[in-house]
Design a binder for this molecule. Structure first.
Ligand code: 9WN
Length: 449
C-alpha cells in the first residue's frame, strides 16, 4: 500500500491506515515550514496567510507545539497598530513576483501603524483565539500559559478592531470590504455585491497573475473577478486602509456569516483564555452572546432556514445558499430554532451531510444552477469548512453526523492526498497538492475520536 509523499501530495492511496495518513500530514506540514511560519502551499501561496496559520497551528499542536506557538507569534508580530491582523504577511526573502498581488501592490510601508514587515491591508476570519486556546488545551504547560498571556491583549485588540472600526452596519457585526476577507474568495455569495463594483477586465493586462501558472485556470476565479478584486484594493488603499466613513465611500461592504461566527467563537475562546491567565472572562461571554444574537437578528432567514450575508449597499440578504450559511452552527450558544434549521439545511440534498456520507460536503448548494464542481469556492469541498461544521455538530451533540463528516474528511485525504480542495462528487484532489490546513485539520480530526 502506497501512501505517497508530501511532495506529490500523497497520490491516491485509498488507505484508511491512520498511521500512514498521520505521517503524510506531518510530512506535508514539515515540507511547508518556512523558518518562522508555515506556507499554505509552496507554489500557489508562498507567504504567510492569516486564517491558514490559525488552522495550521491547531494541527501543529499535535506534533510540533513549539512551532504552533511560533506560527501565531509571527502572525501577531505583524499586527497593525489599529489591531487588524493582515491577511498576508510577506516573506521578505522571496523574489518579487512570486505571488500576485505582492508587497508593492499593497504598499503597506506607506501606512502609519503598519508593521515593519510588508503585509496586505485586509483581513481574514478571526479564528486565531480559538486556535490559541486549542493549542494550549492540547498540552497545557508553563510555556503555553506564557504564550497565551502574550497573545491575549493582541487577540483582544484584534476583536476590538473588528467590532469597532469594522462595524459599518452599526448592529454589532463586522463588515468585510473585500471577498478575500471572507476566505471564500469567489463564493457565489459575493456575486451580487461584486457585480456592483465597477471594473474593467482590461486592467488585468497591467498585471501578471501567478495562480494560473500553478493551478488550472478553469478552477480559479476569472480575470473579471480579479479585475474587481484589484479595484476594491485600489479603493481601500487610496483611503490609506482607513475604516472611518467606509459606508459613504467603499463599493463593497458585506456582513459575512462565517467571519462573524469566527468573531463569536473568538469571544468564547477569549473567555477561556482570560480564565486561564487571570483576567475577567465575563465581558467575553457577554460579547459572545451579543454577537450570536446579532448574527441571528441580521443574517438568519427564518423562512428559508439558513444564514446569508447581508449586503450593506442594498440592505438585503444575498439569496445564494452557500456553505457560509451553515457556519453559525459552530457557535455553542446558537438558539434551538436556527440550530434545527441548519441541521436540516446541511442534511438536505443541497449539502448531503449524513451519518454515512456518500459524497463530500460541497462549498455551495449542489442543486443550484451556478454550482461549479471544479471552481474553487463555488462547489468543491474544503477541509476548513468541514472542520468548522464538525466542531459545530459536536457542540450541538450531533455526534452521529459529526462522525459521518469526520469519516468523509479522512476519506478525502486517504483517497487523494493533502490537496487544497476536492471534487464534491468524486473526491478527486484539486488545487495545490500539499496544502497546509488540509494536513493540519486532518491531524486534529484523527486525534479526536
Ligand atoms: C487570496 C491561502 C489563501 C486562503 C484563502 C483562499 C486563497 C488567496 C488567493 O488562498 O486566497 O487570499 O490567492 O486565492 O481563498 O481562503 O487563505 O491558502
Amino acid at each position: 500500500m502506497s501512501t505517497g509523499t508530501a511532495a506529490d501530495g500523497g497520490a491516491p492511496a485509498r488507505a484508511r491506515d491512520a498511521g500512514a495518513l498521520w505521517r503524510l500530514a506531518v510530512a506535508t506540514l514539515d515540507g511547508n515550514w518556512e523558518h518562522d511560519h508555515t506556507v499554505p502551499s509552496r507554489t500557489l501561496y508562498p507567504h504567510q496567510w492569516s486564517w491558514d496559520s490559525a488552522f495550521i497551528a491547531v494541527g501543529l499542536s499535535h506534533v510540533r507545539p513549539d512551532r504552533a506557538w511560533r506560527e501565531l507569534r509571527t502572525l501577531f508580530a505583524a499586527q497593525w497598530a489599529d489591531g487588524r491582523v493582515p491577511h498576508i504577511v510577506f516573506n521578505p526573502a522571496l523574489r518579487a513576483g512570486s505571488y500576485f498581488p505582492g508587497p508593492a501592490f499593497w504598499d503597506s510601508a506607506r501606512v502609519a501603524g503598519a508593521p515593519a514587515v510588508a503585509t496586505s491591508g485586509i483581513v481574514q476570519p478571526p479564528v486565531h483565539a480559538l486556535a490559541a486556546w486549542l493549542v494550549h488545551r492540547r498540552a497545557p504547560s508553563e510555556r503555553s500559559r506564557a504564550e497565551l498571556a502574550w497573545l491575549y491583549p493582541r487577540l483582544v485588540a484584534w476583536q476590538r478592531y473588528l467590532t469597532g472600526r469594522r462595524d459599518v452596519g452599526g448592529a454589532g457585526l463586522a463588515s468585510i470590504v473585500h471577498p478575500w476577507e471572507s476566505g471564500l474568495d469567489n463564493s457565489p455569495a459575493w456575486d451580487p455585491p461584486l457585480a456592483a463594483v465597477p471594473a474593467d477586465v482590461a486592467v488585468m493586462r497591467a498585471y501578471q497573475r501567478h495562480d494560473t501558472d500553478h493551478a488550472d485556470a478553469a478552477h480559479r476565479p476569472t480575470d473579471l473577478d480579479y479585475a474587481r478584486y484589484v479595484a476594491l484594493v485600489d479603493a481601500y488603499r487610496a483611503g490609506g486602509y482607513r475604516d472611518d466613513g467606509l459606508g459613504g465611500r467603499h463599493p463593497f461592504l458585506v456582513e459575512c456569516p462565517l467571519l462573524n461566527t469566527a468573531l463569536g467563537l473568538a469571544e468564547h475562546a477569549l473567555a477561556a483564555i482570560a480564565r486561564e491567565t487571570g483576567a475577567d472572562p465575563g465581558p467575553h461571554r457577554e460579547r459572545a452572546a451579543r454577537i450570536t444574537a446579532a448574527l441571528v437578528d441580521r443574517l438568519y432567514d427564518p423562512v428559508g432556514g439558513t444564514f446569508h450575508p447581508r449586503d450593506l449597499r442594498t440592505g438585503r440578504l444575498v439569496p445564494a445558499r452557500t456553505a457560509l450559511g451553515l457556519m453559525p452552527l459552530a457557535l455553542p450558544g446558537l438558539p434551538a430554532r436556527p440550530v434545527a434549521a441548519l441541521l436540516a439545511e446541511a442534511c438536505s440534498p443541497r449539502f448531503g451531510l449524513a451519518a454515512r456520507m456518500d459524497r463530500p460536503l460541497p462549498s455551495h448548494d449542489r442543486t443550484a444552477p451556478d454550482f461549479e464542481p471544479l471552481r474553487y469556492w463555488r462547489g468543491p469541498s474544503w477541509q476548513n469548512l468541514n472542520w468548522l461544521l464538525w466542531r459545530g455538530l459536536r457542540a450541538h451533540h450531533r455526534f452521529d453526523l459529526a462522525a459521518g463528516l469526520r469519516d468523509s474528511m479522512i476519506d478525502l485525504v486517504a483517497t487523494a492526498g493533502c490537496h487544497e480542495y476536492f471534487h464534491p462528487d468524486t473526491g478527486a484532489g484539486l488545487g495545490s497538492p500539499a496544502f497546509g490546513w488540509t494536513a493540519a485539520l486532518l491531524l486534529d480530526v484523527l486525534a479526536e475520536t
